[in-house]
Design a binder for this molecule. Structure first.
Ligand SMILES: [Ca+2]
Length: 354
């Protein structure tokens, strides 16, 4: 029953009601089974082990949320925090709201699981606009992109429920990702199509069951998965290599309504650290100074055999320099030998003429 591509610990965290009802011996058995699964899972994912980071997580009953200096999350605009959900916007026109982690995230490899609920009275396409999950330099900046700032630095995941651009090849709701260094505009009229990394359609509205989104960032690879069909199964939405994001940015969520509206509720945001080994070279970089960017030289599929796509442009390592020098030296030797032979033959020819 464990969620596909989700480790055992996460599953226990996200389904506490299941374990609560079990006798102790069954719980131990389940834990052992899941630990076994976890070790298999670890093998699949290069030894990753996940840990919940509470300082970056938003969990019921949201005790760390508020305006006090010690709070780990604060909020803005129409956001309403209850004991059961964080409502970014109500099902009313022209609302904007957001919630932001006050603690900057210094994890190099992470996975964020978001449980959300988008619901409202609007039928067919008469609802909007959607919500966004952010990992950005800026926090609590109101703006025109799903209730947050348009000129952001970092990563945005948009869960866009309203098709502004009535393109026939795309069905809504549509989930997309965008990486920005503050210079790219988000084109609402085109639903951000020109600046997106990729995306997928997902039926996320008015579901009776729980709906989830997972964002994984590890070694320059951004993967977004959705679980909205009540199958306890992650479905891949976006998988993109060559994504560079710094550490020290903030997680947040925001939503907006316009002429059309919806309730945009966040039930939880759970942040897990991924235990991934980095090379000494990667570790020696100043990760706070990385500029958010995406290498578009390779398609995501090409990056499969190169998990360190993030560091493709780093300086050459020692053995690569040695190989290059060796090649250069061999080239010089070959040229010298050929030159000598040609010179000698010419000399012989000249001697014959005299
Ligand atoms: Ca839209």
């Amino acid at each position: 029953m464990a969620r596909k591509r989700s480790p055992s610990a996460l599953w226990l965290h996200s389904h506490p009601s299941v374990t609560r009802k079990m006798p102790v011996c069954h719980r131990i058995f389940l834990l052992l089974c899941l630990l076994q699964f976890s070790s298999v899972y670890s093998d699949i994912t290069d030894g990753n082990a996940e840990h919940l980071k509470r300082e970056h997580s938003l969990i019921k009953p949201y005790q760390g949320v508020g305006t006090s200096p010690s709070s780990q999350w604060d909020f803005w605009g129409s956001t309403l925090v209850t004991s059961q959900y964080v409502r970014l916007t109500p099902d009313e026109r022209s609302k904007q709201g957001s919630i932001w982690n006050t603690v900057p995230c210094y994890l190099k490899d992470w996975e964020m699981h978001v449980q959300f609920k988008v619901h409202g009275s609007g039928k067919k396409n008469l609802h909007g606009d959607g919500f966004a999950i952010w990992y950005t330099k800026e926090r609590l900046h109101s703006g025109s992109v799903f209730g947050s700032s348009a000129k952001f630095h970092g990563l945005a995941i948009f869960i866009d429920t309203y098709p502004n651009d009535e393109a026939p090849d795309r069905s809504f709701p549509y989930i997309s990702a965008m990486v920005n260094n503050g210079s790219l505009p988000y084109d609402h009229g085109k639903d951000g199509r020109s600046s997106e990394l990729g995306g997928c359609s997902a039926e996320v509205r008015n579901k009776d069951h729980d709906t989830y989104l997972a964002i994984r960032y590890s070694k320059g690879r951004l993967t977004i998965m959705v679980d909205v069909e009540d199958r306890n199964d992650w479905k891949e939405c976006i998988d993109f290599g060559g994504v560079r994001l710094p550490i020290g940015y903030y997680f947040g969520a925001s939503a907006a309504t316009g002429d059309l509206s919806d309730n945009h509720d966040i039930i939880s945001m759970k942040m897990y650290q991924l235990m991934v080994e980095h090379t000494a070279e990667e570790d020696n970089q100043d990760w706070t100074k990385i500029e958010p960017s995406v290498s578009l030289l390779k398609s995501p599929k090409d990056n499969v055999d190169d998990p360190t796509g993030n560091f493709r442009s780093t300086p050459l390592t020692g053995w690569k320099v040695f190989l290059l020098l060796l090649c250069a030296l061999l080239g010089i030797v070959v040229c010298a030998v050929v030159g000598a032979v040609v010179f000698q033959k010419r000399q012989e020819r000249n001697k014959r003429f005299y």
